[in-house]
Design a protein around this ligand. Structure first.
Ligand code: C2O
Ligand code: CU
Length: 458
């Protein structure tokens, strides 16, 4: 079922669809000894033949791969990644979600100039197993570098993972917007305002791929929302779906769900059990979700993101009733209120945190390493703004629904939480490492336009 997705106004055919879900290529570890991961990443222009014919589309890619190679690590690993920037603008690698020292975070304060190289070095602490990603983060250029292709998945594994027996699928969602010549389109006014959306939601770089699943089989799916601005409401109407993990790893116990809201920057782990049924679509769909767009149309109907095809029959394995303990963070030693707002009167300074735009020297306060902070995130805005905090994972305590506080139904470690228009969300976290920590809207167009701030942890 091709979507209404042919590039507007152009003579281009829709992208090919229906191929087997491509595996993410693995970034090879060059270290000789266990416990170390040594590799190189290069950001450079890449030409890709999207239609498999003579037409070429220009992208920017890590190690000539779209998306970038998957980095697979173990808790406790020491990383050493050398990054070369072969782009014509400054770049960085931000290790989204990982508790890395501030100077290794690839944040806008440490740009790598065109033609230059740097080393990123950090160690993964115990308990950091989870589903992360990496992407550029130079201020003002993050959105463009990400939508031209620079984003990759990163998995930290634990030696005692209760789900290690399950086969894994990796689904990294990105959003491709082509112009009439088949080139990656520049952002227009509507994209800058609402966040960029394209004609194609790709999974591992492929449009509407097919995922094999046996009747009764349980698979672990790791999902990455690497789109600029789509809040994906994902569902698998035929199958049994349990949420087993969020950004920062496994939940305490599996949660049966009907659909999953995955905001830009966010990740999730699902256990999908094959339950093919006559008359029920077997594929992975995205359902309409209103995020308050003003210039782009909201999605009106279900869209097929991937096909799921029946591939034999398997006995259904038992799923552990508990996955890992998660201790709730206790009473906070410090509280802050963080407000997202939009200044509709000024297109050049529209996206604000606590009433101001980001600049490099703006510091929104200081915090203490090791102290529990509680933040109230306030969406005083017309649009949803997915909040992301650098340097640590947080727990969501409660959110307002129609103005009333509701406790979060289960504990989870996250680094992105959507703050819907008019909504407030309460989170708690601890920064264990000192330094400047950014927080921002993960609609990257909003972040580039200044919906970002930073706190100095001492
Ligand atoms: Cu995924 Cu500050 O970013
Ligand atoms: Cu935003």
């Amino acid at each position: 079922t091709p979507l209404a997705a042919a590039p507007v106004g152009g003579p281009l055919p829709p992208l090919p669809s229906g191929e087997h879900l491509p595996a993410l290529p693995l970034l090879a570890n060059q270290a000789q000894e266990a416990g170390r991961f040594v590799a190189a990443l290069e950001a450079a222009p890449l030409q890709a033949a999207l239609w498999g014919d003579g037409r070429q589309t220009a992208f920017w890619a890590y190690n000539a791969s779209l998306p970038g190679p998957l980095i697979e690590l173990w808790e406790g690993d020491q990383l050493e990644i050398s990054f070369s920037n072969r782009l014509s603008q400054p770049s960085t690698i931000h290790w989204h979600g990982l508790p890395v020292p501030a100077e290794q975070d690839g944040n806008p304060h440490d740009p790598v100039p065109p033609g230059a190289q740097r080393q990123y070095r950090f160690t993964l602490p115990a308990g950091s197993a989870g589903t992360y990603w990496y992407h550029p983060h130079p201020h003002g250029h993050t959105a463009e570098q990400a939508f031209r292709g620079l984003a990759g998945a990163l998995i930290v594994r634990s030696r005692n993972d209760p789900l290690r027996h399950l086969p894994e699928q990796h689904l990294l969602f990105s959003d491709l917007k082509l112009d009439a010549d088949g080139q990656v389109a520049a952002n227009n006014m509507a994209d800058l305002h609402d966040g960029r959306e394209g004609q194609y939601v790709l999974i591992n770089g492929a449009w509407q791929p097919m995922i094999p699943l046996a009747q009764g089989e349980r698979q672990r799916w790791r999902l990455w929302n690497a789109t600029s601005s789509r809040i994906l409401k994902l569902a698998l109407p035929a199958h049994e779906v349990q949420l087993v993990g969020t950004d920062g790893g496994l939940l305490a116990a599996p949660q049966t769900i009907d659909s999953l809201l995955l905001s830009p920057g966010e990740r999730a782990e699902l256990v999908v059990t094959g339950r093919f049924r006559d008359g029920v679509p077997a594929g992975l769909i995205s359902q309409p979700y209103r995020r308050g767009k003003m210039m782009h149309a909201e999605q009106q109907q279900d869209e097929v993101l991937a096909g799921v095809m029946q591939h034999g029959m398997r006995p259904t394995q038992a799923l552990p009733a508990t996955l890992r303990p998660i201790a709730p963070l206790g009473a906070p030693g410090y509280r802050r209120r963080i407000e997202f707002s939009e200044n509709m009167a000024d297109m050049s300074a529209m996206f604000l945190i606590n009433g101001r735009r980001y600049d490099m020297n703006r510091i929104d306060g200081s915090g203490k390493v090791g102290r529990i902070e509680e933040w109230e995130l306030v969406g005083n805005a017309h649009m949803d703004h997915p909040f992301h905090l650098h340097g640590t994972q947080f727990q969501v305590l409660a959110r307002t629904v129609d103005g009333l506080w509701e406790d979060e139904p289960y504990l989870a470690w996250r680094d992105v939480v959507n703050v819907a228009a008019g909504q407030s969300v309460r989170i708690r976290f601890v920064q264990q490492l000192p330094g400047l920590r950014m927080f921002h809207c993960h609609i990257l167009e909003h972040e580039d336009q200044g919906m970002m701030a930073q706190i100095d942890f001492l």
